[in-house]
Design a protein around this ligand. Structure first.
Ligand SMILES: NC(=O)c1ccc[n+]([C@@H]2O[C@H](COP(=O)([O-])OP(=O)(O)OC[C@H]3O[C@@H](n4cnc5c(N)ncnc54)[C@H](O)[C@@H]3O)[C@@H](O)[C@H]2O)c1
Length: 336
């Protein structure tokens, strides 16, 4: 089978996870990389043996590029994804799916019109523990999900924002702890417990009020279609990066996720399962999902199948973000 030609746009922190995953695939060939930062570009081009571009449109328009990975600041996701889809390329876009619901809808429409694949990188759905939770819930053995809670308590200090000027701004990051760090856990919650309705939300900047214009702390009350109540809390004010915690209460049991460790309580008793994997690349809190996610993206393209995370699915996570950022009770609100 002919190899698919790939381009990666954005050679910053997360690009290493994409390069590492691509290196392991036999059915794709990384042909080009792009970054406006020429130092990063040169380093990535040399390390990957790929052609380097400063202008992203030039990379996308190359005839031998079939798919692009969008690994740039949030405010560029929609523009680059839409351009690439219209140019007939498949798109794997890092999270989030745009900085607003309007952008996510435009991305979905471009994918539908082009007939090309668009997916959004919620790689945590591919973590071993996530897959196990989905399987257990799907089997019905524990009954419906009746409620739960999720906690993302991480540590992002001033330099994280000061050294990366696109972060901490409404226009370029679109928010902070919720849209950037906790979006994975919010996505996972709706993936596991069903579509969520936002019932309450508070956003504030506690630790980083002088550094960022967005939120460093967010709490939400959500309900699912079964009427279950979910508490969601995320903050970058933590002393360190604690493992993500998620607790789901089901009709006949409970699931407790502590990072990669899962406790299953059911009619038969309690079981502990550990899905910790040694990471070859990236930060622990990014998890191990990029490899299987990217592999599955290409497998499905070559099999003529839709992506596992469709645009319509990813859009629902952006809908929740939009509702949270514009919630009337929010202390911090995105300017209109
Ligand atoms: N899935 C995950 O777990 C995960 C983890 C970290 C980051 N991310 C996402 O990856 C994306 C990038 O984050 P990062 O941490 O790598 O940021 P970063 O700032 O380290 O890297 C972004 C890169 O994009 C480049 N860039 C900016 N404008 C550009 C343009 N017009 N054309 C080409 N390149 C341009 C920058 O020079 C920089 O090198 C974000 O969407 C972020 O949310 C995802």
């Amino acid at each position: 089978m002919e190899k698919l030609g790939v381009g990666v746009i954005g050679c910053g922190m997360i690009s290493g996870n994409h390069f590492h995953a691509l290196e392991k695939l036999e059915n794709v060939s990384l042909r080009a990389v792009c970054d406006v930062d020429e130092e990063k570009l040169q380093k990535a081009a040399e390390a990957q043996g790929a052609d380097g571009y400063v202008h992203w449109r030039e990379l996308i328009c190359r005839d031998d590029i079939d798919a692009v990975h969008i690994c740039v600041p949030h405010y560029l996701h929609a523009e680059m994804s839409i351009f690439a889809l219209r140019a007939g390329k498949h798109v794997l876009c890092e999270k989030p799916m745009g900085v607003s619901l309007g952008e996510a809808r435009a991305m979905e429409a471009a994918a539908l019109e082009s007939g090309k694949t668009l997916t959004v990188c919620f790689q945590n759905r591919y973590n071993g523990a996530s897959r196990r939770m989905k399987e257990l819930i799907g089997s019905g053995a524990l009954g419906q999900v009746l409620g739960g809670s999720a906690f993302v308590t991480w540590n992002r200090a001033e330099p994280y924002y000061q050294n990366s000027p696109w972060r901490g701004k409404w226009e370029t990051e679109g928010g902070s702890v919720l849209i950037n760090q906790a979006v994975h856990t919010l996505d996972l919650l709706r993936y596991l417990a069903g579509e969520m309705t936002l019932r309450g939300c508070t956003m504030s900047a506690k630790r980083l009020a002088d550094t960022i214009e967005t939120e460093d702390t967010c709490d939400m009350l959500l309900t699912n279609s079964a009427g279950g109540r979910f508490l969601f809390y995320a903050s970058n004010c933590g002393a360190n990066n604690l493992p993500v915690q998620m607790h789901l209460l089901l009709e006949k049991g409970e699931l407790h996720l502590d990072g990669a460790r899962l406790t299953i309580k059911g009619p038969e008793g309690t079981a502990f399962e550990d899905y910790t994997t040694a990471l070859a690349v990236g930060k622990d809190y990014w998890g191990s999902g990029h490899g299987p996610f990217i592999q599955d993206f290409y497998r499905r393209i070559q099999a003529g199948q839709p992506p596992f995370i469709t645009p319509a699915d990813a859009l629902e996570t952006t809908r929740l973000l939009e509702e949270a950022y514009t919630y009337p009770m929010s202390i911090r609100r995105r300017p209109t």
